[in-house]
Design a protein around this ligand. Structure first.
Ligand code: SF4
Length: 334
């Protein structure tokens, strides 16, 4: 476990530079994806975050997670994105979102939408800046073909994913969250037209990903699911054209090359990792044990700051709420 001394030896990250310096003067990223929950209740065929081995390990306590979050902020992480597995399945997700905001970070979650009810969303006002939803297709028939649905639904050959997520979109808009839409493009949905759905959702940012093979994670995915960079580019350009009148929706496409080596990630046990070589490369020790800066030094050769910037990783994520917020309660966080 790191000590209070070495936690205090780094300044809180609040500047606009793309990276902060770590203890050893190596740069650390400004944005981190925390795959805080390894378990997922969906069955997406292309999933590159199944984390089968991690599912057997015990979860962090709320307090351990808060200590890690505090250390991330001190190390210079400005934006934390809670992802999974399915992050909403983690019992402490609300504590950690609140605490991340309290220590000054921009907060974001990417979820399949299950367990995101009206109560959760109301409780997160003022704590959660960005709500990201994974929606891959304009119909649930396509979702079912991609496995994007609850495991029980997919076993029966259908998905109710769109119905669930549309409710969340409506509620999230009312409450003033920034909305991110994430779409993975495979051979199944490459010809789909998402224009009407995207118009209806009206996200601040639509991230479109080329389906990504990761060695040891989604080897089971049928090769037929893959598309090439040119097919992917056509999907992105087609939608950019049909949505060109929506100036407030930022459409961002990321092909496989752009995704590799441009994400700083942390797993549920707080090992940090990167994916530059098409597989996950983990630190030997966890952030919980040695702090982020030292753990990051073990893997930072797998992260390219310039390519992170090139793919638009440092976007304008500061959130100004468009509604008046209820008073933020203090003192309940650890
Ligand atoms: S919802 Fe996300 S984590 Fe779950 S199976 Fe689908 S892609 Fe994987």
């Amino acid at each position: 476990m790191w000590t209070q001394n070495n936690m205090n030896s780094e300044p809180l990250g609040s500047g606009n530079s793309t990276q902060q310096k770590s203890l050893s003067n190596l740069p650390v990223p400004t944005a981190l994806n925390w795959h805080c929950e390894a378990v997922c209740n969906y069955d997406c065929t292309f999933c590159y975050a199944p984390f089968e081995d991690q599912r057997k390990r015990s979860r962090l306590t709320s307090q351990e997670g808060c200590k890690v979050i505090e250390n991330l902020a001190i190390a210079g992480i400005q934006k934390i994105n809670f992802v999974g597995g399915e992050p909403m399945l983690h019992p402490h997700i609300q504590d950690w979102i609140r605490y991340s905001k309290k220590v000054g970070m921009t907060t974001s979650i990417v979820s399949n939408g299950t367990r995101m009810d009206g109560q959760f969303l109301s409780d997160m006002v003022g704590h959660l800046d960005w709500l990201g939803l994974s929606i891959d297709a304009s119909t649930d028939e396509l979702h079912a073909l991609m496995g994007r649905g609850l495991k029980g639904e997919i076993r029966q050959g259908h998905s109710d994913h769109l119905n669930r997520t549309k409710f969340i979109v409506q509620k999230a808009r009312q409450l003033g969250f920034g909305i991110k839409l994430n779409t993975v493009v495979t051979s199944v949905n490459v010809d789909d037209d998402m224009s009407d759905l995207v118009r209806w959702i009206n996200p601040n940012r639509w991230k479109i990903f080329q389906v990504l093979p990761i060695k040891g994670e989604n080897d089971h995915m049928p090769r037929e699911f893959l598309i090439d960079a040119s097919q992917f580019s056509q999907y992105v350009e087609r939608h950019k054209m049909t949505l060109s009148d929506l100036s407030e929706v930022e459409v961002v496409g990321e092909n496989n090359d752009q995704m590799l080596g441009t994400y700083a990630m942390m797993d549920a046990q707080t090992l940090v990792y990167t994916n530059m070589n098409g597989h996950y490369e983990y630190s030997n020790q966890s952030v919980l044990d040695i702090g982020f800066s030292k753990a990051w030094e073990q893997v930072n050769h797998g992260f390219s700051d310039s390519e992170f910037l090139q793919r638009g990783g440092q976007w304008n994520w500061d959130r100004k709420y468009s509604i008046s917020l209820p008073m933020i309660q203090g003192g309940d966080e650890q």
